[in-house]
Structures are given as C-alpha cells and as structure tokens.
Write a protein that binds this ligand. Sequence first.
Ligand SMILES: [Zn+2]
Length: 484
Amino acid sequence: MIWAATAVAAPTIVFCLVLGPSQVSRPRIKAVLPTSSPARILRSPAPPLVFDELLIHHGLHLSTNVAVPLRLVADSALDARRRISSWLARSGSESISFTQPYVYVCRDLRTLHTVRRHHEIAAFGIEQNHSFESEGTFTPRGGYYAQLGIIALVAGRNQDLRLDIVHEMTHVVLEKYFGVLEDVIDEGLAEVLSPWILFTESTSPRQTPITNINHANQCSTTLADGQLPNLRTLFLLDYWQFRDKQSDNLYFALSWSLVDFLLRTDDPRFANLFPKFLNRARSLGSAWRALAEVYDIRTLWSAWHNHLVEFSQLHWHTKWGQWYMLGDRIVGSLRTPGLAMCIYQQSLEPPFDVSFRLPRGLTSRQSAGCVLGHGLDAYYAVQIRFGGREINLSQYRGGQWAGNHPAIQIDSGVTLSDRSIVVRCKPSGEILVSLSGEVLARFLAAPDSLSGRTGLIMELRQEDDQEFSRGDVLFESVRIKRLQ
Ligand SMILES: [Zn+2]
C-alpha cells in the first residue's frame, strides 16, 4: 500500500512483515500478564486498552498519542476477525478458534527492536539473518509476528490505523487457518479483504466488486512493459524478493490482482473453484500445490493476463493517497493528514461539468472536491470544506500552491451532506459550484487554465486538538460531462 503524507512529499511505502507459525505458546490475556509474555517485556508507558479481549499497548514512544482512535482501530480489527473467520468457515471448514494477538502501537519498529535488544530476547520475529540495520532499503510499516503473537504497528499522532490493523488481522486469521502460506496468497488475500471489511458490510467479499486503483494502475504498467511474471515465479519469490524495494510493491499489486481474479471472476472455468483451492491449500500445506491441482496453470495465467488488460482501460489513475472503486463509487483514503488525488484520464476543454455526491458524515477536518485543468505541473482545486462551511478555489503551479481565491461561505441553512454537487467550467474561465441547481459559489480562473484533466481531491487537515477523523471520503455518482 502506498500513502501520501502531503501533496508534495514522496509517498511513504507500506510494508508488512509476516512470518511463519511458531510453537511458542500464547497465553490468553486477561487481567494478569504472565511474566514471560511479550506484553510484559515491552512495557508501554501507558496502560494497555482492552477492547473485547483485544489488548492494545500504545504510546511506546512519547510522540505517539493515538488513544482517541484506538476504539475505532479495535472495532475494525474485531470486525475483520469475525467476518474473515466466518467467510472462511463457510468455504467448507469448521470454525476457527484462536487467541487474540497482542497489538503494539509505537513510533517505529526500531523502538520495539531496541526493547528486544535490551531484554535479550532471542527471537523477536525478525528473521534471524536480517536486522533493520542490514536491511537499509526495507521500511516496514508494521507486521504480524506469528512467532510471538504480536501485531506491531507504526503510528504517529492521530494517524488512521484501520487499514493497517485489518490487513494484519487478516494475516492472523489466515495463519490460524492455513499455517504457512505463500506470500502471493497471504498478502493477496490481506489486500483484497481489507477494503471489503472497511468499506462494505456484505457477508462475502465476492458480493462486492472492489478495485484497488493504485494496484490496478501498477499492474497495468507492468503489463505494458511486458514484465508479467509467470505464476510459478510469483509463488517462488522468497520473503525479501517479494518485498524488494526496487519492485516498488509490485508483488503486492500482482498478488492483489491474482487473488481478486480467483475470488471474483465469473469465468465459468474458474468461478466456483476458489473455496476448493483454499481447502486444498490448507490440507496440502502449500498454496502452489493446491493451485496446480485445482486449476490448469497455463489457462489460469492466460485468463489472469486478460483480466489485467482490463486495468489498462481504467479511467482513473491515482496521484496521491489510496483509492478504491466500489461499483460506481470511488473512495479516497488517507492514513495521515494530507491530500489524496485521483485523476480522470480524459482531457477536457470547457465547457464541462464535474458532478458527484458528497458522503454523509464528513467531519470538520475533511474536505472533498475536484481538480480542474490538471497538467504536468498545474491545476485548480475546488474544495468544499465541511469545517468552515466554505468553498475554496486554489491554484497549484510550479511545485507549490500559487494562491487561494477568497473562500465562499455556505449559508448555515444549506445541507451539504449526502447532496449532489455540480462544478461547471465555462470557456471564459468561470467556475460555478451548484447544489440542486442553486449556485453556491462563483469563481473566475485564468482563461485556458481549465483545459486538461479533471479529477477528485480530498483532504484531511492537521489540527491541534484530539479530534480524530476517518481518513476516507466516498464520492458517489461521479460524472464528468462535456457540454455543447
Ligand atoms: Zn501483509
């Protein structure tokens, strides 16, 4: 997963560490912690918070202060455990029972590593031959350490950990179900199932088509370069090859697309085989052997290849942030305060309309809107800020914000939530922002500067108080229409 911190900063790479199962016993945590437990060894300055038996240690560094959103984080984790377990159980297995992992939220994984060294613990879940020092190119964001039953997450103040913890909790459930599982299926399932948990309430991931736009774009580029690996190569990648920084998360993207295809395809040759594949992977202890047994590998690769070709026809390309398509809805998601932007590939000349429906429950820290005249190094952004109840037009040019037009206040009687917004761009440079036919704001942009690409933009703003916002904004019924 790739997340943008700000409009101009390089994206932060998200990795996760998943190690094999272990014989280490994991005592069930109640009130009293056994002396040998990792929880005792890694004492945090703040007492752990217990959410329905999920124990979260937080504040392992003073700059980490995420106490407010931890309830949301825990809810997401417990929801993931419940729904993924019951989905797997319906795939033909008995119900899964397992103890909860300890969850540690800290400034960075090095903090945990340091604690490990101080306490001379022989194995902390980092592979024996690798350390943070020797793996200078590897920047883990967090991980599930099966050997110790730990989920460790990295978080700064007020960061949104829901995608991270749902991803890692998927690994917890999969490890209990399968034991050791090849990264392709383990990471692929974690990437496919996490947006299903967070953005839908359906009981099966097959019911809801979800496209991870970031991954789809990357798969499409790989295909255009003629570098799609064969399936055997993909399954044979070792732990570090899979996470090689040079690949820029390519194997996470390919794994997502393969699992997404196996799970959701309607192709009659493969449509009902996925539950059987999962069952065989479990009993054989090898996803590769199960794949070769249940599918015809050559036909599967060819069908998967054709499925990837569809991504090259995707109209939306991500610029910053994490974006998903759920049917005709588009979700932008941010882990930290900053901008997320998704660009429509079609280039437009005014006059044209960009319309979309705003979600319910936008908070004062969020804004949502559209991008106009996106070129190589310039664009306008129309943003509706819920906090100040205002509409902004700002221009980005030459690597920086070139200036804001005076914000237009929205009358307190106007409801914005769950309403359709139309942004109309005229050849004169005039921009009209309307709600149900009523013009709320009128701006004048530089003539000709609205030509180019359009897109969606959302912002999560940094504030000093403790208010916590979900990072994501949902755009419904997005339409971009050229006018005569
Ligand atoms: Zn992972």
